[in-house]
Design a protein around this ligand. Sequence first.
Ligand code: ADP
Length: 454
Amino acid sequence: MYEPYPTPELSHEHKKYRYSSLWESAKQDFKVLIFLLLIAGLIGLGSGHFWLCIAIGFSVFTALQVRALYLVNEWISSRPYDAPPNINGIWGALLFNIYRTQRQERVVQAEMVSLIDRAQASLFALTEAVVITDELHQIEWCNPAAERILGIKASDHGNNILGILRRPAFVEYFQDMEQHPDGIKIESSLYEGHYVQIKLTRFGVESRLLVAYDVTRIHNLEQMRKDFVDNISHELRTPLTVLSGYLETFQEQDDFNPRWRRAFDQMQSQTRRMNALVNDLLLLSRLESEKKIIKNQIVDMPSLMTQLFDDAQAYNTEYRHILHLEIDSHCDLIGSDMELASAFGNLITNAIKYTPKGNGHITIGWHDDQEHGYFTVQDNGIGIDLKHLPRLTERFYRVDSARSRQTGGTGLGLAIVKHVLMQHGAYLEIESIPNEGSCFKAIFPKECLYQSEN
Ligand code: ADP
């Protein structure tokens, strides 16, 4: 353990103070005083100068006290870390108390220093970059990995971090951390083609702790996965179009053998399913590469809702549910109309699909409370068990795969909904009771609402 000053061992003389109280020590002084006065009194009586000898006795006692005081002062002012001088009486006890408090403080201090040393050594050994900034965004401390990953050196101490890490995405994140609770990924400014994940944590008044690590490998794997899905979906599109084209042509032939009707119908329905799957995969891949989506259109909600309702009526002919439309808002949405229509459409077709035929009430609604906009789809269908809800928006997650396939589902509908909403800063809330029904609610932030004139 590191000790700023070595702590001397207590002598036997000092140890006696450990158990004696201040009053015990004062009693020692009294004994000395009485002894001196007794001697002085006896000498005074013998010599006939009683009061003079008593005065001399007092003076000797005072001189002893002054000497003790002098030693105390000398120790305090010049050698406070040495063991205190051996002094009897109240001054000795006082000195010991000061010394004991100091010893305890030194032990605590040594423990603190050792702890700080260990914490610093472990931060130095980290492969992740760690940077601490103060309330003025100036760099207070950084570890060696910060230089390797971010280019921030120990000599940058006192410099503004935003002057070093200048990427707009980082500056925006630094100023509004709540927007990205999981941190952000930015391209490295040191090495081309490298990516760094950065997470900021606020502490104290306005200080920040930055932790960053290289995520190039994960980024590349993720990119490979996206490219693969994108490419394969594009490659499948052409053969599927050719297949369904021929299937239709064959069935329209006058000499088409009715014996093949069932097989051809099945082939056609499977090609349709595959087509839907490819389209959903392409849409998801487009949603993931955020840049390609224009999100600043004003989406006329009454007309979109009417359009969605008409589509739902058409889809509903086979299911024969009763559909309701409720619009209770004068707000439009700011976003991407195609993507929003696709997400809302998915929620509506799900409600129709997962409600037993002929027996359903499905309500499609749009309303707002000035702070948020709510697009809701309520059904009285089969419902979903609570345990499935957290995983429902994962790709290909189905509560009942057989049922989903039977209804022509791709297993990507809710994943698309989640991505579209994320792109708009919105989120999905699901409430459901098995055998009673479900309510899917897309909740939009105020920034997405546009107050229409009428
Ligand atoms: P799918 O193409 O299978 O419908 P989704 O991603 O749209 O895929 O939905 C995922 C799963 O969530 C569905 O398979 C279904 O089990 C369940 N689900 C979605 N909407 C509803 C609903 N309104 N009522 C009951 N279950 C639903």
